[in-house]
Ligand binder design. Structure first.
Ligand code: LLP
Length: 413
């Protein structure tokens, strides 16, 4: 068994007791399972069977260097959303041909760096951005490989903050505009249109929006082919959700089968940009209880040493993460509000949880925190970024040491 599971007595990660890591490295600490990351990558990859494809792991989910290197060893490409992510990917050994550059607001400085690199594609989000890329291509005398992100007006039915596929959302260009822009490409020799792109949202838990987006993109690709354009691939974005409640999610097989069913007939290789589905369940945030105090007649607060600074998702989206005691205690369950130490009432890690009695010093694990956890952590309240540990084949190592006050002050004048 890989990933996080309970033995008789305690929570382990790939067989290593989580308590041993917390005792050695302190808390809060992120712990990741390398085996689980590999298994999740391979499940998605294998689901394509013979159909030509490439996974471009979405770095925004977690771009910790050791994890990025692990993905490279697996043969992944990457989706980078900033020049910072591109640079991290390059230092981890990815070549420009492994990188797609996505994002709704690529700055002039970012494009100036990106265009000469000759990336697999810059996924353009507007007519203006295409023009800016074209101008830079003219200046550098190098044709730019571009993809166009099209907004299919499809409701991902995820949290509104992470649904991106409706025309009221800021992402991409609507179908009409896309058709005009795509038609203009024939007369723009400095832009090489290599793909078209959709991404309708994140944490998508039903297959329909993902299937609909693939069908939509396949339709546009067919129109383009009839008009004589030659695409290299279709970029279907990311978005596959995970089961935060421990229940069932859309499986990699079901997901990929739907994509291939809708877009396979184009004959084009399919690119996907999964983030959460690869690293989400492979990481846990481990925290220690600092204080326990009464909340109501029937429940207590447990103040733990991790909160919205380490894991913003509950405060930002009302997201649910399972919270489990690291050591199995017996005894009756109690109702707890698990809260962080930050000076905000939104700093609640888990509301109304039923757990065996907790006391100061006890460890808890916040599960499914590998994606958009450490990536969205902050220094609010001058809290140092937590340590992070990767467990691989029964051994563990620190992949990022806990930040110090000196680290925090570096760069301040
Ligand atoms: N491709 C593009 C263009 C994206 O914008 C995203 C995510 C992905 C791929 C990867 O999506 P995934 O497979 O991970 O769902 N902070 C939020 C999630 C924001 C997602 C942003 N874009 C959260 O914690 O739920």
């Amino acid at each position: 068994m890989t990933g996080f599971f309970h033995t008789e007595s305690e929570l382990v990660c790939d067989g290593v007791p989580v308590s041993a890591i917390a005792d050695a490295e302190g808390t809060p600490v992120y712990v990741y399972s390398a085996a689980d990351i590999r298994a999740r990558y391979r499940a998605l990859d294998a689901a394509f069977g013979d159909h030509p494809h490439r996974l471009h792991y979405a770095l925004k989910a977690n771009s910790r260097f050791a994890i990025v290197q692990l993905l490279r060893e697996l043969g992944s490409g990457v989706d980078a959303n900033s020049i910072g992510e591109i640079e991290v990917a390059r230092r981890a050994g990815f070549t420009p041909a492994d990188i797609v550059f996505t994002g709704v607001g690529k700055s002039a400085a970012e494009l100036e760096c990106a265009v000469p690199l000759g990336l697999k594609a810059i996924n353009a989000e507007s007519a203006g951005e295409l023009a800016r890329i074209e101008a830079l291509a003219a200046r550098t005398g190098r044709r730019a490989r571009v993809a166009l992100r099209i907004n299919p007006d499809i409701d991902a039915r995820s949290h509104p903050h992470i649904s991106t596929g409706l025309t009221i959302n800021k992402f991409g260009v609507p179908a009409d505009t896309a058709r005009e822009l795509l038609a203009s490409m024939a007369g723009r020799p400095l832009l090489q249109l290599v793909a078209i792109h959709v991404h309708v949202g994140s944490q998508i838990t039903s297959i329909e929006p993902l299937r609909g987006a693939a069908a939509f993109l396949a339709g546009v690709a067919a129109e383009l082919t009839r008009a004589g354009a030659v695409l290299e691939y279709l970029d279907l974005g990311g978005g596959l959700g995970i089961a935060y409640d421990g229940g069932r999610a859309v499986s990699p097989r079901e997901y990929v089968a739907a994509l291939v069913a809708e877009a396979g007939a184009t004959g084009l290789p399919l690119v996907i940009e999964p983030g959460r589905a690869i690293v989400g369940p492979a990481g846990a945030l481990v925290a220690r209880a600092i204080d326990v105090k009464p909340r109501s007649a029937s429940s207590d607060f447990v103040v733990v040493d991790a909160g919205m600074t380490e894991l913003l998702r509950p405060a930002l989206y009302g997201a649910f993460h399972r919270i489990e005691p690291v050591r199995r205690g017996g005894g009756p369950l109690r109702a707890y509000e698990i809260v962080g130490p930050v000076c905000e009432s939104s700093d609640v890690v888990g509301r109304d949880r039923s757990l065996p009695a907790l006391a100061p010093g006890d460890l808890v694990a916040v599960l499914d925190a590998g994606a958009y956890g450490s990536a969205m952590a902050s220094n609010y309240n001058r809290r140092p970024l937590p340590a992070e540990v990767l467990v691989d084949q029964g051994r563990w190592r620190v992949i990022r040491r806990r930040q110090t006050v000196d680290d925090m002050l570096a760069g301040e004048l």
